[in-house]
Design a protein around this ligand. Structure first.
Ligand SMILES: Nc1ncnc2c1ncn2[C@@H]1O[C@H](COP(=O)(O)OP(=O)(O)OP(=O)(O)O)[C@@H](O)[C@H]1O
Ligand SMILES: [Mg+2]
Length: 226
């Protein structure tokens, strides 16, 4: 399942495996939503059905972002399900994701599903044991669905290599880590990505710089930071 980002697809030996679960982990502004939208758009361009659950950005803003990228989203009106869930409404958000999402995937036949960011869903559970159990359950339920799932997550405040609650990287099959790197003289900041984990597939272990441009994400595969 191609991301539609050339350099990343190459690092993943072509893309995500069908019906696998991918976590995109990064701190604020590292491009999680940009990669998630690109994954959605690539599916739509390939004729697939796509569900995008946004727990953070509003539908209108995401639509504006996509329009700004020059994507003609009206062409996908009948196959793109963009839903915003308000994470402050605990019961609604939890029941929507736990029970309504699987039903929606089945009724629409969506092959790509994105939850952006899953860390807000995890944060709904104050108790750590509850959170862990709910995430295990969600992943179990999603494994029975005929779709590839992309979850984005903030990083943990204490560890820029780990997700907010330290769960998704263990549960996901593939983990893509996005982060900032400051140049030696601290005069520049780069964004870099790495594929930290990919079950059942060979993948690159290189760290590659990337840039989010208005209408595409460029991974500089030839560039080497170290
Ligand atoms: N159209 C654009 N043109 C150029 N750069 C862009 C564009 N859209 C986004 N960016 C860059 O991408 C960054 C934010 O990307 P994005 O929203 O994907 O990050 P995020 O990891 O989802 O952030 P957050 O944690 O706040 O949700 C911006 O800070 C900006 O540098
Ligand atoms: Mg985002």
């Amino acid at each position: 399942m191609s991301f539609g980002v050339e350099g990343l697809d190459a690092m993943l030996s072509g893309g995500l495996l069908e019906k696998s679960i991918c976590a995109i982990v990064g701190t604020y502004g590292t491009g999680k939503t940009s990669f998630a939208l690109q994954f959605a758009y690539e599916g739509l361009c390939r004729g697939e059905k796509v569900i995008y659950i946004s727990l953070e950005e509003r539908e209108e803003l995401l639509q504006a972002t996509m329009a700004q990228k020059g994507w003609d989203m009206e062409a996908f009106d009948d196959r793109f399900y963009l839903l915003r869930l308000d994470p402050t409404d605990f019961n609604l958000a939890v029941s929507s994701i736990k029970s309504e999402l699987p039903a929606l995937i089945e009724s629409t036949g969506a092959s790509r599903v994105i939850i952006d960011p899953i860390s807000l869903f995890e944060g709904l559970f104050e108790d750590e044991a509850d959170r862990r159990q709910e995430m295990f359950r969600l992943i179990e339920v999603m494994r029975d669905e005929d779709c590839t799932l992309v979850l984005t997550s903030e990083t943990s405040p204490a560890n820029q290599y780990g997700s907010r609650y330290g769960l998704v990287e263990y549960l996901a099959d593939t983990v893509v880590l996005l982060r900032y790197v400051r140049s030696r003289g601290l005069t520049e900041v780069y964004l870099v990505l790495e594929v930290v984990k990919m079950r059942r597939s060979p993948h690159s272990r290189e760290i590659k710089p990337f840039e989010i441009l208005q209408n595409e994400i460029m991974v500089y595969s030839e560039a080497s930071l170290f």
